[in-house]
Design a protein around this ligand. Structure first.
Ligand code: 13P
Length: 251
């Protein structure tokens, strides 16, 4: 399966920085197109700058882009929210859902993630559904249980036809901390996620399962070659062209 290397820019930068970063990524990939044979590339800027990214990518449509969240409502009086149909309007290919930062700071629940995923599928947008345990949950030996419950309640019901979804395993304690999960723990978790998906969706073997949490050029090769790791969701290291593409080069 072709790997997906996704850069979650979170709430960083400003318009100038976003324009510079996306132009640099385009120029570097244009000069080194073999990276694109091995990996699909996607970026997730702050929503306000989607149009800047889109504008730059008109001439280089092989890079996809998306939002970091959407509303669980279709439309109406929800000040500050952006709907799934607006994401479609903005030409998003993907939307990240259930990121641990949304869960921690914005009361995101599994039930909301599922609702949002259904809205996105109706718009033909691929949800990237994030799951992951906290440090104490792992220490208590509950990592698989927690992730299993998240998947159980977050994955939209998909019957008959294959629909594109992506799952991102991001251990909460590994995000922005410089700590990464042990390769064996990643292997076990990704295998577990694959098996869970087999109960939930048709063609689970086609669902990409990304790893996220302190991925950087130094650990990318090892992580990306673990069985059932189909790409990476990269935070800090996606904010610099050279580190982002150094990770993509390992795909
Ligand atoms: P870091 O790569 O900065 O640890 O962030 C990972 C992440 O949260 C991607 O969504």
């Amino acid at each position: 399966m072709k790997k997906l290397i996704a850069g979650n820019w979170k709430m960083n930068g400003n318009r100038t920085m976003v324009r510079t970063l996306i132009s640099e990524v385009v120029n570097a990939l244009d000069a080194e197109q073999r990276i694109l044979d091995r990996a699909d590339i996607a970026v997730f800027p702050p929503a306000l700058y989607l149009s800047d990214v889109r504008h730059t990518l008109y001439g280089f449509p092989v890079i996809s882009f998306g939002m970091q969240d959407i509303s669980e409502y279709e439309d109406g009086a929800y000040t500050g929210d952006i709907s799934a149909s607006m994401a479609a309007d903005a030409a998003c290919t993907y939307v990240i859902l259930g990121h641990s930062e949304r869960r921690q700071y914005h009361g995101e629940t599994n039930e909301k993630v599922k609702l949002k995923a259904e809205l996105l599928l109706a718009e033909d947008i691929t949800p990237i559904i994030c799951v992951g345990e906290t440090e104490s949950e792992r220490e208590m030996g509950n990592a698989l249980k927690v992730v299993g419950e998240q998947l159980e309640s977050c994955i939209p019901v998909i019957k008959n036809n294959y629909r594109d979804i992506v799952v991102a395993y991001e251990p909460v304690w590994a995000i922005g901390t410089g700590k990464t999960a042990l390769p064996e723990d990643i292997r076990v978790m990704h295998q577990f996620i694959r098996e869970k998906l087999e109960d939930k969706v048709p063609d689970a073997s086609k669902v990409r399962i990304l790893y996220g949490g302190s991925m950087k050029p130094e650990n990318a090769a090892e992580i990306l070659h673990i069985q059932n790791v189909d790409g990476g969701l990269i935070g800090g290291a996606s904010l610099k062209t050279d580190t982002f593409l150094a990770i993509a080069r390992e795909a």
